[in-house]
Design a protein around this ligand. Structure first.
Ligand SMILES: C[S@@+](CC[C@H](N)C(=O)[O-])C[C@H]1O[C@@H](n2cnc3c(N)ncnc32)[C@H](O)[C@@H]1O
Length: 368
């Protein structure tokens, strides 16, 4: 990676916006048409009262929350930006959309439990057992990296992020660095596994990003990326044009166009990895309910966690970009977020989302 913790005082690229009048999306898309069902798993609706009642969702949350502590960091990295009562990172060449305060950290840790459940307890999909040198880019609270370091004590694990929100008490084989994956990477031919998860809307050029990861991997090493689509759909019928989850991706696509940093990442990762030179690229699409509506018990559990992840995350995903890029007023943002939260809480809607797990390999060196 680039030299960690070297803070350039005003290195932040101004990705923010030419103010535009607040506007509802002019051409609502039908997400079902754009993204026809292709997931490997099937979801069936549970029409019973119990299946549709989502009151018990909160009680499902029992995840542990890591408290963050930092030490010996350049003080400018710790001078967070405050916007509208939330704090955001200070370091980096690009501006991340998400806050880094305790509320956001809790949401990330909760999401980690969800993502691990989705993979049946696995931490990644790439077919590599016991990687020895692992890099997690955009590590957030570092919870994935901590689990990997605990699972493979002989491995050396590194997590990098713009925000110093990782805990101080970590496994001895793990270290965290403040670093920016949108800058040049200095590591070459080093890692067995590079992992990224939920970094949509943060990478201006994904092929360039994957090329950097390619160079940083050893021959035979694997890149493993997990991203959700931005398109929620309903198992019953295509969503109506004025549904908040038709508006939501339309607005995010507008933000992507204005900033040059797309949120519509998941369906393109396979193509981008291949363009960057990876081989044996596989794409697994897992369809997961939002809420407890599925018949299947496992799918129901996933749906509950997915609902909780979205319910607690929708404001974090939305507010900075809507305000700074689309020039929306706070009240307008809160109304949209409230509508989206109401939709994810209504199991009768039968909402679901496709989650993409894509991995690819740097070719092995040819033997002479
Ligand atoms: C939604 S969080 C996901 C965290 C973690 N990957 C997970 O799944 O638990 C995205 C993270 O990417 C980080 N990030 C965004 N842009 C970055 C950049 N250019 N370099 C390093 N980290 C970045 C953010 O600070 C944030 O912690």
């Amino acid at each position: 990676m680039s030299a960690p913790q070297e803070v350039e005082p005003t290195a932040t690229t101004d990705l923010l916006p030419i103010p535009q009048p607040p506007a509802a999306p002019s051409t609502p898309v039908n997400p079902l048409a754009a993204h026809p069902p292709t997931a490997s798993n099937d979801l069936q609706y549970d029409g019973t009262e119990q299946g549709q009642d989502s009151d018990e969702v909160d009680s499902a949350y029992a995840g542990s929350i890591i408290q963050s502590e930092t030490s010996t960091l350049d003080s400018s990295i710790l001078q967070y930006r405050e916007e509208n009562g939330r704090t955001y990172h200070a370091y980096g060449s690009t501006e991340h959309w998400g806050p880094n305060d305790e509320q956001a950290q809790d949401q990330q840790d909760l999401s980690h439990h969800f993502w691990t459940l989705v993979l049946g307890g696995d931490l990644y999909s790439a077919p590599i057992k016991d990687p020895q040198d692992v890099l997690d880019v955009g590590t957030g609270t570092g919870i994935w990296a901590i689990d990997v370091a605990d699972m493979i004590p002989e491995a050396v694990v590194k997590g990098i992020d713009l925000s110093p929100i990782q805990p101080a008490w970590i496994p001895p084989n793990l270290k965290f660095e403040i670093d920016d994956y949108n800058k040049d990477w200095v590591d070459t031919n080093r890692y067995d596994l590079i992992h990224s998860r939920e970094i949509l809307g943060t990478v201006p050029d994904w092929v360039a990003f994957y090329k950097k990861a390619f160079n940083a991997l050893r021959p035979g090493g694997w890149m493993d990326s997990t991203e959700p689509t931005i398109y929620l759909q309903s198992i019953h019928t295509p969503l109506e044009k004025d549904h908040p989850f038709v508006m939501w991706p339309t607005l995010f696509n507008e933000i992507g166009q204005k900033t040059g940093i797309t949120f519509d990442v998941a369906p393109n990762m396979k193509k981008w990895m291949e363009e960057a030179g990876f081989v044996n690229v596989e794409e697994k699409i897992l369809r997961v309910a939002v809420g407890k509506w599925p018949k299947d018990r496992k799918q129901k559990e996933l749906g509950v966690w997915n609902q909780l992840r979205l319910d607690t995350g929708l404001r974090d995903f939305t507010e900075r970009r809507m305000r700074n890029v689309l020039n929306w007023e706070n009240d307008e943002i809160l109304v949209l977020v409230a509508k989206c939260r109401s939709a994810v809480s209504n199991s009768k809607e039968g909402l679901y989302i496709d989650l993409y797990h894509v991995y690819g390999q740097k070719p092995e060196e040819k033997k002479a």
